[in-house]
Design a binder for this molecule. Structure first.
Ligand SMILES: C[S@@+](CC[C@H](N)C(=O)[O-])C[C@H]1O[C@@H](n2cnc3c(N)ncnc32)[C@H](O)[C@@H]1O
Length: 440
């Protein structure tokens, strides 16, 4: 499981560096891609890699855009490479080839720059000199016969596609996969919904059902109108739905059990509730504190394991945004698709059921509980609800109404829970499962 970060936006790579000056950008992209696929630190940590930080803004944006383009087309890129490389070369050469293909066919870097920079990257490493010819030949071969990089059957790992087919049917599974290469817009949640139209005008955005603001704007968020004043925060349109559905109000107490980096805590605080934000990770909890400070909102922040928190309190409204495989978050974190393993899903499902039991204990009689995960895997969603209701006396489902709080009507299941698929809104949104319960 990766802890998710606030989304980054990518500057459009309209004028990528394509001469020798661009080599440091490509070298940084190589480090970042390696980190993203390492299954350890991942893309989030890679984005704070010193090699990336040392670049100027334009090169940094190019490196980031190149890695995202590579990750969003990784399956088809690998299929194209496998058809041309009989014996797999060392990992680093594979990464260079992947970056070369993404440059040539996704970012449309001039062909000579894509090839020569790939050869130069390999040449920087003495032990890989012997692969210069292979890199040159493979990329030139692909330039003569361009590969198709948007086949949905190749865009996600086979085991995930098979799971999605089994859970949602073949058509929906293909539609999910077809969202993978698409760069998402940026969605914002607003501290004061009354500012939506003014902010939409300032950011050339549109107000979505439920109140999120969607903008195609790119670049440094910190320079956007309203950032310094703390009038909004970045939050995917789907991620904003669970806290709205909890309906916490002024005068109520609310517990956000897995709070960092704090998007949902901010929503609950902005609604006027007295919020306790719990997270096991003290460093990630600092991000909650930073977000609260910037937006001028307040909440009690506590670093603790939510399942073993010794505090005796119960709350009017409890939100459990549980740690999960995050397969629904691929639009901004395409690395999750390639880092996730089948065994992760079962392990995380066990964590989720333990946390759901703790959430039920924290909900006062008559109170509400919302459970959500940004996973597309039924064991982390539908399966949790059935098992939780089966073992928990006095808790019932509180069905979500069609279109309630901006939930796409297509996402509503017959039992009143939500299975949001990324294709359920034009332009996309993150995949989520959401259920609301009431305690008798
Ligand atoms: C999906 S993220 C939460 C995102 C957050 N709700 C938001 O909207 O910004 C899951 C969080 O759960 C935290 N976490 C994992 N296990 C936990 C536990 N046992 N108790 C409390 N927090 C936990 C992780 O540190 C991570 O920050």
């Amino acid at each position: 499981m990766r802890a998710r970060r606030a989304p980054v936006t990518e500057l459009p790579p309209a004028n990528p560096p394509n001469d020798a000056a661009g080599l440091p950008a490509r070298a940084a992209a190589l480090d970042l891609l390696t980190a993203a696929l390492s299954g350890r630190a991942g893309l989030d940590e890679g984005l704070s890699h010193p090699a990336l930080a040392a670049l100027d803004g334009r090169d940094r944006a190019f490196a980031r855009a190149l890695v995202m383009a590579t990750l969003r087309h990784l399956g088809p890129i690998d299929a194209a490479l496998q058809a041309r490389v009989k014996k797999p070369p060392p990992d680093k050469v594979v990464q260079v080839l992947r970056l070369g293909v993404a440059q040539a066919f996704v970012l449309h870097t001039p062909a000579h720059a894509a090839v020569s920079s790939a050869v130069d990257l390999v040449a920087r490493d003495k032990s890989l000199q012997m692969f210069k010819g292979l890199v040159n030949a493979v990329l030139r071969g692909l330039l003569r016969e361009p590969p198709q990089l948007d086949d949905p059957e190749l865009l996600a790992p086979g085991w995930l596609l098979a799971r999605w087919r089994a859970a949602f049917g073949p058509k929906a599974a293909r539609e999910i996969a077809a969202m993978i290469p698409r760069e998402p817009a940026t969605d914002l949640s607003l501290k004061d919904p009354a500012t939506a139209n003014d902010l939409a005008a300032a950011l050339q955005g549109e107000v979505l059902p439920g109140g999120s603001l969607r903008t195609q704007r790119r670049g440094d968020l910190a320079t956007w109108p309203g950032f310094a004043e703390g009038t909004w925060w970045v939050q995917d349109a789907a991620a904003a739905i669970p806290a709205r559905l909890l309906g916490a109000q002024a005068g109520e107490t609310a517990l956000d059990m897995c709070a960092a980096p704090g998007g949902k805590t901010l929503q609950l605080a902005a609604a006027g509730a007295q919020v306790t934000a719990l997270d096991r990770s003290a460093p990630r909890l600092r991000r909650v504190a930073e977000n609260l400070t910037r937006t001028g909102l307040s909440a009690e922040a506590v670093a603790a394991d939510a399942a073993a928190w010794p505090d005796p309190r119960t709350f009017d409204a409890v939100l459990l945004d549980a740690p999960c495989s995050a397969t629904g978050a691929f639009r901004r974190h395409p690395d999750v698709l390639w880092a996730a393993k089948p065994s992760d899903v079962a392990g995380l499902a066990a964590v989720q059921s333990r946390l759901l039991d703790a959430a039920a204990r924290r909900t006062r009689p008559g109170g509400r509980l919302v459970y959500c995960v940004c996973s597309l895997e039924p064991e982390e969603g539908e399966g949790q609800v059935a098992a939780f209701l089966g073992r928990t006396a006095g808790v019932v489902l509180d069905p979500i109404a069609p279109g309630e709080d901006g939930a796409p009507t297509e996402s509503l299941r017959p039992d009143g829970t939500l299975r949001i698929l990324p294709q359920h809104r034009p332009g996309g949104l993150d995949g989520f499962f959401i259920a609301r319960f009431r305690k008798a």
